[in-house]
Design a protein around this ligand. Structure first.
Ligand code: ZN
Length: 200
């Protein structure tokens, strides 16, 4: 009883996202540091990002101090890390940024990556201006004051490469959420959502 998978987008046929997937030719490479536990989530937005961005790398791990590729980027280029810090600099187009680095994981896991991987402390950190509340309804508690990795990437690119059109990616993202709500059923969805909402 294997579920049929669409050979193009890799999602199951009933939830094929091919219609809404469009390539985005970003000039500034996106680097996603993904916590291993994030990979298993049904709503892993990085899967979608990989299908749309032409210039994206995903590094998996928790401690990136010995990661050669990342070391090279940090030593030889001028990357920016999207992560809330005390400096709290706001991302703007005037900054010369070679790579955009994002951390993918729950808030606790993201913090773990940041504080374990001291190599990341060499990179200037940036935050985004307040934007619409995340559409990531199902796992909203994890993104209480932040965006999903996918939304953060489109927001950042809108600032750094305003000529890029990321609407299709956001559409696919919304579709992915709708499919998930359908799959869970509205009751389960409400239960999960209400519970999470109540805990804050
Ligand atoms: Zn497909």
């Amino acid at each position: 009883m294997g579920r049929l998978v669409c050979p193009k987008c890799g999602f199951i046929i009933a939830r094929c996202l091919c219609d809404s997937i469009a390539k985005i030719s970003n000039q500034i490479p996106i680097i996603v540091l993904q916590h291993p536990s994030e990979k298993k989530h049904a709503l892993n937005t990085v899967v979608l990002m990989k299908k749309c961005y032409e210039n994206i790398s995903v590094f998996e791990g928790e401690n990136f101090n010995e990661h050669k590729e990342l070391q090279n980027i940090i030593i030889n280029h001028s990357p920016a890390l999207l992560f809330p810090s005390q400096e709290n600099k706001t991302l703007s187009r005037s900054q010369k940024i070679s790579h955009l680095i994002l951390i993918d994981g729950t808030w606790n896991k993201a913090k773990k990556i940041y504080f374990t991987s001291t190599i990341l402390h060499l990179i200037p950190t940036f935050t985004l201006e307040a934007v619409d509340k995340s559409k990531y309804k199902i796992r909203s508690s994890q993104f209480e004051n932040s965006l999903s990795t996918l939304e953060a990437s489109t927001e950042a690119l809108t600032i750094l490469e305003p000529e890029l059109n990321t609407n299709a990616l956001l559409k696919s993202f919304e579709k992915m959420i709708e499919f998930q709500i359908e799959k869970m059923g509205p009751d389960t969805y409400l239960e999960n959502y209400a519970k999470k909402k109540g805990s804050h």
